[in-house]
Design a protein around this ligand. Sequence first.
Ligand SMILES: Cc1ncc(COP(=O)(O)O)c(C=O)c1O
Length: 311
Amino acid sequence: MAESTIFPTVWFDGKLAPLESATINITQMGPASVSSVFEGIRAYQNPTTKALNIFQLDAHLKRFLQSIRLVRLECDYTFDQLREAVVSLVRENDPAADVYIRPFAYAESTTFGAATSKIAHVVIHVTDWDSKLKTDVVSHSAVSSWARLTDNQMAPRVKASANYLNSRYASEEAKRNGYDHAILLTPQGKVAEGPGMCLMLARDGKLITPAVTSGILESITRETVLQLARQALDLSVTEREVDRTELYTADEAFFCGTGIEVVPIVTVDRLPLGDGKPGPISTRMRDCYHDVVRGIETGYESWRTVVNHED
Ligand SMILES: Cc1ncc(COP(=O)(O)O)c(C=O)c1O
């Protein structure tokens, strides 16, 4: 995968600043990355107006502040200030194509232990990241030998950087074994999610997804997809525990998340799902999601924060 380009202006502790000037002391890197939470937000260009649609900005910032609170950091910035920070940052960098926006909050500390400062420093930066929604990308996935984190240990509901070591173990194993992605089970053997995305199955024309109590991040794309499934695709949707063998017996499955967007899973542990090609529900959902995030479908307006591109 090509390295992404970071845009020249970042937002750092209350101000827009040149990327080069936003630095931390190198001895803080370890403690700061343990004591940190983050968000990942996409902004999609509308093909006609060229405006950028920041997708689900409010939901991401709400989750960001919740993650900060749950790791017991104190944030000097309100929801409205962070919202204005993201919009002004995108406007300042004025990207001419789709971008990814990464709010990150960390505590400074001299140790890895509990003696960390409670003050949340906040940095937000923007990178490019091409959408794969109009491509034929698919996933050959494998059930991981690593179990998903649990709520009473490293709560998956909190988007904490440290949780992503669990994701790294699972992704590295899947890639090493020749797969595209891992699917993690809970320690009880129920399906949880991918390393950075949620998962949906289709059986007999119905959509099924692990419940929010199945060791998953409360994904904003998952909620988006569930709403689109009910309203736009007129599907029945069930949130419940999912057995491992339901993965193998599904007619279709797909991953969903801000980064991965909507990607059909065509095999699990080398067993083809359906005829081993993206199924009709996955394809319809991918196309519907594409039109909604770009504002080609004009409904669901409250999900998009529009920033106009200056020609
Ligand atoms: C572990 C995990 N699950 C699910 C998701 C999908 O969440 P969202 O749709 O809010 O991006 C992500 C992505 O951020 C993730 O890291």
